[in-house]
Design a protein around this ligand. Structure first.
Ligand code: FAD
Length: 506
C-alpha cells in the first residue's frame, strides 16, 4: 500500500488538489504538459463568484447557479459550492491575491452574466493571473518540503487498473517519450476539451485526450452536449479571442445595425437582465439574428478601462487593432467552456474506485449552462473536494495493469475530427447533422473521434432544447423527459446513452 495522490493537470483544480493532499501530509505528484504558469486558469479574466455583498446570500448564489444551469446540476453539489465560496475568496486573500478592493479587507464586486447582484470578485481583467501566481507560490512551499513533486512536460498516458479500481497511471515525458509508472489515487484535473474543437477561446493544451482515454477505458461521460458558446469572442488565427463578460458587467452593450443606427437588442428583448443575460440566452439570440453584432464600450469612463478592464483594453488594441474607447468591437459566439465531462458524483468520485476528477474536465456544478465566474470557483472547490475523497478512501492496493497508451492522432486526423465536431456541435444542432457527424467519425481511428462520437450520441439522444443545447428539431425544453443527467458509456465496443434522475436537494 502506498498513500500518494497523483494529480493530472496543474491548473487551479490540480494545484488545489495537490495542496489539499500535501497539507494533510500525503505526497502528491503533479503532472502537466506545461508548467502551471501556462495553464488555462491563468487566462481567466473576469473573476470568481462569492456571495459577499450586503444584499447577497449563498442561497441567492445557489438559486442563480441552478437557474442558469436550467436545473440540471446536482443541487447538493451546488449547495456546497456556493456555501464555500466566501471562505474560498478569504483564503485567496490570505494567500496574497491582489483583488481590486473596497476598503481595507473587503474585495470589490462586479456584475456578471445571469446574476442581478454584484457577486464577482476580480483583479482588474486579469483575475486568473493573480490567483494562479499566489497559488503557485503556495505550492512551492510544499515542493520545497518534498510533499509535492512536479512532473512538468509530462502527458498522461494511461490508467493502471486492478480488481478494485484504479491503482495509478503512467505518464510520458515530452520530447524523449520516456515512460514513468506511478502508483496511487489518481485525480484528473486536465481541463476542458478545447483541442477536440480547435478555434476556441481556451488552451489547446487541454486537448481532451485524458477524458478520451478514460472514456475508452470505460469511465462514463456526462452532459457532454452542453458546450458553452460565449457571446463575445473575436476571430484570431487558430483561436478566438475572448472579450470578457466583465466588459458587459462594467456597462458594455450589444447591438446590431438597423437603418444605420444601433439597435440594442438584448436591452429591448430581455429588459430584466439585458446585456447580462446568461450566455446561452445571448448566444442563441445572436445566432437567431444572423447579423454582425457589435459590443459597444465607447460609453465607459477612462477610469473603468484603467482600473477594471486594462487587460481587455490591451487585448483589443494589440490583437484586434481596435480602440474600444473609440469604436465598437465586432463579436460573435465562440466555443468557450465545457459544462459536461468526466461523470463524477457530488464528492468528485468517478465510476472507478481510486479515480477522481475536478475542474473543467468533469461535470458537476454547471448543468446546462455555466454562470461566468463559477468555474474558477468550481475548479478550486472541486480540487479540494476530490483530494478529500481520495484521502478519505485511503491508499490504493499495489498492483493493477498499466493500460497501453493511445496512439497519437496524426495532424490530418486531428483537423478532420475538429472540422466534423464543429459542424455537428454548433450552437444549433439537429438529428441529421448529429447522425452525419457520428457516421463520419466512425471512419477515424483513436480515442478522440470516439470521445466526439460519445458527445454527439448524448446530443442526439437529448431530444429537447435546454441551456447550451439547442435542437432545431426539438425547440422546447422537456422537463418530464430530460431534466436528467446524460450519461454516456463505452462498453464492449459500443457507445450507449442513458438519462439519470437529478438528486433531490437534502
Ligand atoms: C479566456 C478565458 C477567460 C476565462 N475567464 C474566466 C473567469 O473570469 N472566471 C471563471 O470562473 N472562469 C473563467 N474561465 C474558465 C476558467 O479559466 C477554467 O474553467 C478554469 O481555469 C479551469 O481550470 P482547471 O484547473 O480545470 O483547468 P486548466 O487551468 O485548464 O488546467 C488544465 C491542466 O491540465 C494539463 N493537461 C491538459 N492535458 C493534459 C495531458 N494530456 N496530460 C497531462 N496534463 C494535461 C494542462 O497542462 C494544465 O496544467 C475563462 C476561460 C478562458 C479560456
Amino acid at each position: 500500500m502506498s498513500a500518494r495522490a497523483i494529480v493530472v493537470g496543474s491548473g487551479l483544480a490540480g494545484l488545489f488538489a495537490a495542496l489539499e493532499a500535501a497539507e494533510q501530509g500525503v505526497p502528491a505528484a503533479l503532472i502537466s504538459v506545461r508548467p502551471s504558469e501556462r495553464a488555462q486558469s491563468v487566462m481567466a479574466e473576469g473573476g470568481i463568484n462569492a456571495a459577499l455583498g450586503e444584499d447577497d446570500s449563498t442561497e441567492n448564489h445557489y438559486n442563480d447557479t441552478m437557474a442558469a444551469g436550467r436545473f440540471l446540476a446536482d443541487p447538493n453539489a451546488v449547495c456546497k459550492l456556493t456555501a464555500a465560496a466566501p471562505g474560498i475568496v478569504r483564503r485567496l486573500l490570505d494567500l496574497g491575491v491582489l483583488f481590486n478592493m473596497r476598503g481595507h479587507d473587503e474585495p470589490e464586486l462586479r456584475y456578471f452574466g445571469g446574476q442581478k447582484i454584484k457577486r464577482t470578485v476580480f483583479a482588474q481583467s486579469g483575475s486568473g493571473k493573480q490567483i494562479m501566481s499566489a497559488v503557485i507560490q503556495e505550492a512551492r512551499k510544499y515542493e520545497a518540503r518534498g510533499l509535492i513533486t512536479r512532473y512538468d512536460r509530462h502527458a498522461f498516458a494511461g490508467l493502471a487498473v486492478g480488481d478494485n479500481g484504479c491503482t495509478g497511471c503512467s505518464i510520458r515525458k515530452a520530447y524523449s517519450g520516456e515512460m514513468t509508472y506511478l502508483h496511487g489515487s489518481v485525480i484528473i484535473a486536465a481541463g476542458g476539451m478545447h483541442g477536440l474543437f480547435g478555434g476556441t477561446t481556451g488552451s489547446l493544451d487541454n486537448s481532451g485526450a485524458v477524458t478520451a482515454a478514460l472514456f475508452r477505458t470505460g469511465v462514463p461521460l456526462a452532459n457532454g452536449e452542453f458546450i458553452q458558446y460565449h457571446p463575445t469572442t473575436a476571430a484570431m488565427p487558430g483561436k478566438r479571442l475572448l472579450i470578457s463578460e466583465a466588459a458587459r458587467g462594467e456597462g458594455g452593450r450589444l447591438f446590431v445595425l438597423r437603418d444605420g443606427k444601433p439597435y440594442y437588442f438584448m436591452e429591448d428583448r430581455y429588459p430584466e437582465l439585458g446585456n447580462l443575460s446568461p450566455r446561452d440566452v445571448i448566444s442563441r439570440e445572436m445566432w437567431s439574428l444572423g447579423e454582425q453584432v457589435y459590443l459597444d464600450l465607447t460609453g465607459l469612463p477612462d477610469e473603468v478601462f484603467r482600473a477594471r478592464l486594462s487587460d481587455t483594453l490591451d487585448d483589443c488594441l494589440t490583437h484586434l487593432r481596435i480602440d474600444p474607447r473609440q469604436n465598437p468591437i465586432p463579436v460573435a459566439p465562440g466555443v468557450h467552456y465545457f459544462m459536461g465531462g468526466i461523470f463524477v458524483d457530488e464528492n468528485h468520485r468517478t465510476a472507478f474506485p481510486g479515480l477522481y476528477a475536478a475542474g473543467e474536465c468533469c461535470c458537476q456544478y454547471h448543468g446546462a449552462n455555466r454562470l461566468g465566474g463559477n468555474s474558477l470557483l468550481g475548479a478550486i472547490f472541486g480540487g479540494i473536494a476530490a483530494a478529500h475523497s481520495a484521502l478519505a478512501d485511503g491508499p490504493q492496493a499495489i498492483g493493477g495493469e498499466y493500460l497501453p497508451p493511445d496512439t497519437e492522432q496524426s495532424a490530418e486526423d486531428r483537423i478532420a475530427t475538429q472540422t466534423i465536431v464543429r459542424d455537428a456541435l454548433g450552437i444549433a444542432r439537429d438529428r441529421a447533422e448529429l447522425e452525419n457527424g457520428i457516421a463520419t467519425l466512425e471512419g477515424l481511428p483513436g480515442s478522440m473521434p470516439l470521445l466526439a462520437r460519445a458527445i454527439m450520441t448524448g446530443a442526439l439522444e437529448r431530444r429537447e432544447s435546454r441551456g447550451a443545447h439547442l435542437r432545431t428539431d426539438y425547440l422546447e425544453q422537456n422537463d418530464t423527459g430530460f431534466r436528467k443527467t446524460t450519461v454516456v458509456s463505452y462498453d464492449g465496443g459500443t457507445i450507449s446513452a442513458r438519462f439519470e434522475n437529478i438528486p433531490e436537494r437534502r
